[in-house]
Design a protein around this ligand. Structure first.
Ligand SMILES: [Zn+2]
Length: 349
């Protein structure tokens, strides 16, 4: 193995990413070294590419980016006994501390000291990734590398969708990006009655229908009330999954919910946004903010669902080699895509 590798990195505090040569990371006694095979491009990576305000104050430069990956273990730290060489893995990109109250209570996903690979620490857009063995998640044979590479966002979708009981319930998903679409598929898989997804982008709504058995509503030109009437729903949705970060969508969701309904919020509004709290109080609505995935309960649940018929493969709309990463990021930024998976296998020159 050469001690250099290909990696996609933020090299200057400006828009864009560069394909660079970087040293292969050296692992510690509790780490594994993973040969990365496939990675997913995340909305977070687009923020880092664009170098927006959030990225500029969060991401150190230089930094190898990326946190959605699947690969194979090629080196084990000397304390690592429960994983093996050649094992296929994905992994949790949040590196947790062990000191906070939440962490010591086993609620690792709520640890305030969390650091993200590809955001605060060296990331997965590379031929090799150093990861604490604790964070590695073995992949069963049924889950191939490209699905393995999107378990991170699927985990967001699963964690959000499973926030509240969905069995027999009517579910409204606002925002038909890849995570919204996958959340709709999960809601369907676990036994929701009606699943309706809204957006204003027709391509995304078409993709939603291809991935999941859902009703779609283009709220730019259709009225959600018509869909509610057509489905013969009398009192509104029981559960809302807000994936868009859009103020109008949240207002619509509150109006479309039953008395005593539940909302899980994953979408991030761009700044402070006005909320009509009196509507939420008088409708007795419960709101839950969702961050990341439960470590490792969400991983367990999503792998179990994938092994039992949950099919989200069609959310991957583009597959390309990492050498074509610029095209991948441009496609993603155009909004005319679902998930984009980059292939890291060596290319014959
Ligand atoms: Zn992600």
């Amino acid at each position: 193995m050469s001690n250099e590798m290909k990696a996609l990195a933020k090299m200057a505090p400006a828009p864009g990413l560069d394909l660079i040569r970087a040293p292969v990371p050296e692992i510690g006694p509790d780490d594994v070294l993973i040969k990365v095979r496939k990675t997913g491009i995340c909305g977070t990576d687009i923020h880092i590419w664009d170098w927006d305000e959030w990225a500029a104050k969060t991401v150190p430069v230089p930094l190898i980016t990326g946190h959605e990956f699947a690969g194979e273990i090629v080196e084990l730290g000397r304390n690592v006994t429960d994983l093996s060489l050649g094992q296929r893995v994905s992994g949790e990109g949040h590196l947790i501390g062990k000191h906070s109250r939440q962490s010591r209570a086993g609620k690792f996903h709520l640890d305030p000291e969390t650091r993200g690979i590809g955001v605060n620490e060296q990331g997965a857009f590379a031929e090799y990734l150093k990861l604490p063995a604790f964070n590695a998640v073995p992949l069963p044979d049924e889950i191939d590398d490209e699905i393995g590479a999107i378990l991170d966002p699927l985990g967001n979708a699963v964690h959000t969708a499973l926030s509240f009981d969905l069995v027999g319930e009517d579910v409204l998903v606002t925002g038909a990006g890849p995570i919204g679409i996958m959340a709709a598929a999960v809601a369907r898989h676990v036994g929701a009655r009606h699943v309706v997804i809204t957006d204003i982008n027709p391509d995304r709504l078409t993709l939603a229908r291809e991935v999941a058995d859902v009703e779609t509503v283009n709220v730019a030109k259709e009225d959600l009330k018509d869909t509610i009437a057509h489905l013969k729903m009398k009192e509104g949705f029981d559960v809302g999954l807000e994936m868009s970060g859009n103020q109008v969508a949240l207002d619509q969701m509150v109006e479309a919910l039953v008395m005593g309904g539940h909302i899980a919020l994953l979408g991030i509004p761009p700044g402070k946004s006005p909320v009509d709290w009196s509507r939420i109080v008088f409708k007795a609505i419960t709101i839950k903010g969702v961050y990341g995935r439960e470590i490792f309960e969400t991983w367990y649940k999503m792998i179990a669902m994938l092994e039992n018929g949950l099919d989200i493969r069609n959310v991957i709309t583009h597959r390309m080699h990492v050498d074509d990463y610029r095209k991948g990021f441009e496609t993603m930024k155009s909004g005319a895509s679902g998930k984009i998976v980059l292939d890291w296998s060596a290319r014959e020159v």
